[in-house]
Design a protein around this ligand. Sequence first.
Ligand code: AMP
Length: 424
Amino acid sequence: MSTFQPVRGMRDILAEDAQVLNYVIAKARETAGLYGFKEVITPVVEPFELLSLKSGDEIRQRMFIFDDLGGRKVSLRPEFTASIARLVTTALRNEPKPFRVFSVGSVYRYDEPQRGRYREFWQANFELMGSSNPEADAEIILLANSLLKTAGLEGYAIKLGHVGVLKGIMSQEGIDDKTQNAILQKMDKKEYEAALALVASEKCRNVIHGLIELNGTSPFDTVQKMQKQVQDYEKATASVENLAAILKLVVESECEIQAVDPAFARGLEYYTGMIFELYVPQLEIALGGGGRYDRLIEAFGGEPTPAVGMAAGLDRIALAMQVQEIQLKTPQQKRVAVISIKDEQKGEALKIAQMLRHSGIWVEFEVMGRKMTKALEDADKRRVHYAVIIGERELKESKVVVKDLAKRTQTQVEIARLAEKIKS
Ligand code: AMP
């Protein structure tokens, strides 16, 4: 019989990679705490209708959709924001604003698999709801910056933009929402010619083309030039001003913004304001992104609630850490193998293993019934730090033999002092 492989786009994440991913998850959780975000856990399976409400065609077409046995049309979540929006309009409805909500878990999209792009991947999601002030946008950008910093990544860049600029121009020109979204999606994929081809007015085409071509010497310079470029468009001008205010707050605090992209668009339809993405030089794909979406909660039947959020792609952050060869800053856990020389001492050996575990030492107990040399060879291969050997003679003196597998030395240690000795 042939063996089974994971479904295309799905992965088994083995020990070493799982350790890095879990490290990133821990960093995301830590960062959430530092910024006052409370964690919530929402279902992986959600009503299709909820998830498709504002996702946009891009994501809607890539959702895992099925009927459950009760005949409900459901989907695996492709992101967290819709679930959080549901919470805000129900269970969290009467909570004082602002809400700061954090979630972490796997999400599912039928993307074309490649390095850093999977059909099941992990996101950490942060939503700050209730404020339309630029300091809320700034907080989310600073949080994203903190996350990459605490993961130890080097040379990462934050790219900043504002969908209100393009949307403002297009609305004033009378372009309907559907066409606007189609244009933004093409811009997101950098298919600029195809995007411009959808714009009927020549003036509008020229202004958007000007934004695409616009090159500033610094983020502040770019924003100034954007201001000139859109001066005939009232809402677009207000959006550039908003972008300038956010940029100022972020840069004045501590965080460097590497680029403002005047023609920046993101795949999700629900963005209304500032948008950003995170990159490292070694990977072309974004490590995370987010932005402002002031009308989403209303679309879900809630009260008008301005909101800003971001999702970090944890697999990609883990990948970037591996590419940059970043050492995990976790305290080195002491690991030992406990082996009894003879069967008669197995009970004593287990008792000692339990005692060590109670003091926080990680123990791999010999369960294969192997002879001592084989068991030691195996312990060596597994890179445990010490082998604790339980023999009849030593037990009589309340002692065991401790073998340091790296140094290849061995000593007798009193059982009462064993845990303390291993830890030191
Ligand atoms: P989005 O929800 O589309 O804004 O995506 C947020 C982040 O999730 C992206 O910046 C990526 O880091 C990550 N991401 C999106 N799609 C995938 C995928 N197919 N595989 C791995 N990570 C992904």
